[in-house]
Design a protein. Structure first.
Lengths: 210, 256
């Protein structure tokens, strides 16, 4: 019981301190050794993740007759077969896995990413309907002004004086209000990270055990 | 010689900050254990989490927890560690109430940790050592954020989910997940440290944990003395940094 409790703790603390020293002092061999080990662990975790995905959907296919799970299982098997046919080479001209990624996965990712503007637009409308108050009004006004000023500045239809005013408005919103807010948030996140890291290093927080 | 001096200064500064922070936490923890009362300002998302647990028990619906896609070996691991604190609480209470949560992850190490946490919660309630399958799902690799979002959204559509908790590292893909949840009428609690994701989730949900509030999850949900001490330390450090920034700004203003 003591071994089970304290062994992971001592390993975590020692490796945490070693990593910290490796980051501060120019100890390339230690850093590179730890990075290699972490890389190996990540690869094993990824394989387990893929096996989890496969088993969950295989079970759904047979127990629930889920068509989408069937498609996912078949796709996984197809890509695996492509990888086998490639013979482990990732640089050859007939790289099947790379082709699948280039022509299927990346365009799908890009398609979903391109829908972000619409998701945001709908979320904005829902926010205004859900909370019709001064903050929603401020959000709408700022969004409309930012969009309008960008469009008008681009079109060059406005007189120079108005364009300068719009530029100043954009500068105030983007470079002062937004940047200072983001910096404030990031400083808070950094402080939270420092405190949490120290808690892990001294063994108060144990993500590896309970 | 210069390199040694620079490294020495960095090492001493970092060690100094760490030791001071650790000492501050230790002293505060000791004072809290001795009976010092701590008043936490109410944070709506954490109160909402408690409500969601009760709701899941009443209508026998499941809670969906998305843990994001920050590896435990990456620079954003602290976010995932904070997310694990949320998972711990929800897994314990949910399993005890007969409605264990469904967990989705976008990274391998998070799958292992969440399976272990769910298994422990399950073991505490049923004494069974094996976790029933299908409770923790790996969706996609961390380098494919929109594939992850699509997988989570699809799972939300298929399962009988009443509330969704998204805590951890997310990027713009949070909008896809959040939109799917909203369309299905699923209540959401979102917590992330990424400014873009925070902006998107603030529009989508009223219960958004912003930035450093995510690291306060343990203190709010469990309230152990050392967690409260860490939260107080975080606050003190924030005031110190704010004072330094303000002082520097005033100094520059005066110095011209």
């Amino acid at each position: 019981m003591i071994l089970k409790r304290y062994l992971p703790l001592s390993i975590a603390i020692s490796f945490g301190l070693l990593t910290l020293i490796g980051l501060l002092a120019p100890l390339a061999p230690i850093s590179s050794l730890l990075l290699n080990w972490a890389g190996l662990l990540l690869a094993v975790a990824l394989i387990l993740g893929v096996l989890n995905l496969f088993s969950v959907h295989l079970k759904r296919l047979f127990s629930g007759r889920d068509v989408y799970s069937g498609i996912l299982v078949l796709s996984m098997l197809a890509v695996f077969a492509l990888a086998l046919l490639d013979g482990g080479s990732s640089t050859s001209a007939g790289d099947g896995v790379r082709t699948a990624f280039t022509w299927i996965i990346f365009p799908l990712e890009a398609a979903l990413a391109s829908l972000l503007a619409f998701f945001l637009l709908f979320a904005g409308f829902r926010l205004v309907r859900r909370q019709p108050g001064r903050w929603s009004l401020l959000f709408l006004l700022t969004a409309a002004l930012m969009l309008a000023s960008s469009a008008l500045a681009f079109s060059q239809l406005l007189p120079d004086q108005v364009s300068v005013l719009l530029d100043q408005f954009q500068h105030v919103v983007n470079d002062i209000i937004v940047v200072s807010g983001m910096r404030g948030i990031l400083i808070g996140v950094a402080l939270g990270t420092v405190v949490l890291s120290i808690r892990v290093l001294v063994g108060l927080d144990r993500p590896y055990s309970q | 010689m210069d390199l040694i001096r620079v490294v020495g200064v960095e090492l001493i500064t970092t060690a100094g900050v760490m030791v001071l922070t650790a000492l501050l936490m230790l002293v505060l923890s000791w004072r809290i254990r001795a009976g010092r009362q701590i008043h936490l300002r109410p944070l709506k998302p954490f109160s909402a989490l408690e409500g969601r647990l009760g709701q899941a028990t009443e209508d026998a619906s499941q809670m969906h927890i998305s843990m994001g896609r920050a590896s435990l070996t990456s620079k954003a691991s602290a976010t995932s560690v904070a997310a694990i604190a949320v998972l711990d609480r929800l897994a314990k209470d949910g399993t005890a109430n007969g409605t264990p949560p469904v967990v989705t992850v976008g990274e391998g190490t998070l799958l292992l940790v969440s399976q272990e946490r769910l298994r422990r919660a399950h073991q505490d309630v049923t004494r069974a050592t094996r976790l029933p399958s299908g409770q923790a799902h790996f969706i996609a690799h961390e380098t494919m954020p929109f594939t992850y979002a699509g997988g989570v959204a699809s799972l939300m559509q298929q399962e009988r989910v009443a509330s969704a908790v998204m805590v951890g590292r997310f990027g713009p893909e949070i909008a896809v997940i959040s939109d799917a949840a909203t369309r299905k009428g699923i209540d959401q609690v979102i917590g992330t440290d990424n400014p873009t994701a925070m902006a998107l989730s603030s529009v989508a949900s009223d219960n958004t944990v912003l930035g450093e509030e995510l690291f306060a999850a343990g203190a709010y949900l469990e309230g152990k003395p050392d967690q409260l001490a860490a939260l107080l330390t975080q606050d003190i450090l924030r005031y110190a940094v704010a004072a330094v920034i303000l002082g520097a700004a005033i100094f520059r203003l005066i110095a011209g």
